[in-house]
Design a protein around this ligand. Sequence first.
Ligand code: GLU
Length: 424
Amino acid sequence: MTEPQARNESPPENLNLWHAFLDQLEDIQQIISSETLEHLRHPKRMVTVSVPARMDDGSVRFYTGYRVQHSISRGPSKGGIRYRAGLNLDEIRGLAAAMTIKCAVMNLPFGGAKGGINLDPKTLSRSEIERLTRRYTSELVDLIGPDKDIPAPDTGTNEQVMAWIMDTYSQNRGSTVTGVVTGKPVALGGSLGRVEAAGRGIAYTIFGVASRENIPLEKASAAIQGFGTVGRYAALGLFERGVRIVAVSDSSGAIYAHDGFDVPALLEHKLATGSIQGFRNAKRIDQESLLTLPVDILIPAVREGAIHAGNASKIEAQIIAEGANHAITRAADTILEREGRFIIPDYLANSGGVTVSYYEWVQDFNNLYWTEDEIRSNLEQHINHALESVYAVKNQHNVNLRQAAFILAVSRINESTNLRGLYP
Ligand code: GLU
């Protein structure tokens, strides 16, 4: 298979996630014929809704909300809800398509979806966000459901937002339906270990890949861009198995410590002060230089396009695991491969979140709940199982991990689509 050419790409802040997905389809066309990819180019349902909400001062403001159900070939559609200023339909449909692929790589009985509202949650009060969430949910009440489409947290949303969605849906249905969302508080049918799942999953994936590639990690060091839900638990998962976490960042900036941070203490400091700044023995460094440190592992876990044509050649890490979806642009991918870096793509690296969402959904159906240890060990096994299947495809077609994961997912989706046939 030929490598995609590094092309002139738009600045990362203008990255079009739907076009990025279409590019990924193009990259596997020599292995999977273009016609069989056609259904993935056509999301099943795309909904745009107007979300009016009363502000605390009595005024009414209108926001725009989206939900895209990209595919239901393998089961109900599944994917997060994000609240982010500047959100648009292409971002949501690109991410919905990515969920279709991610769920298929992990062999979960789900299709893919994504949704959200174009708003900056930091500018609104808790009660304004609650009213917006409830109105947005009631606009979608006939489209979501435990056997139809199951939302979860994403950028700018959390357990509390899921609780409001669950309650609004349940009030409309006349009974409590816990399985309509995942990533809920444990007290409402959420799963133990769900909050940390995406981050810990990154660590499990790194260990799984390193052992298959014979990359020793005993004395390894790591830099992590982002200390939100994903970055902080990735740091903890690596730290617990002996990796030195030498740099982390959050919105306040980046910090560095040559001997590595005591990650549990850093987590406590972040919880207590709201920031990573001021932590003992930490030296301030600038955000961009975190990416180019001479470390073994780099995890960009903030946003898409963090590694782009402009900074890719300066990256020194041997393994780069995409904590955030599309953290590496297509042009950067080509540069990093040329430089011999090893990339663990988002579809594998951050799949722990949706995998534990699946466990939550199963637990809600059965009203039987698992222990934290069960969740963690099932997740690690699940990820290793997925890696086995991805490596079989990688070796068969002699492609990289991103293409292998994509080919595996598309073959599984195609199989379901073909068995179901075309209605009518
Ligand atoms: N938002 C997360 C993701 O992008 C989780 C989705 C889910 O659990 O449904 O993978």
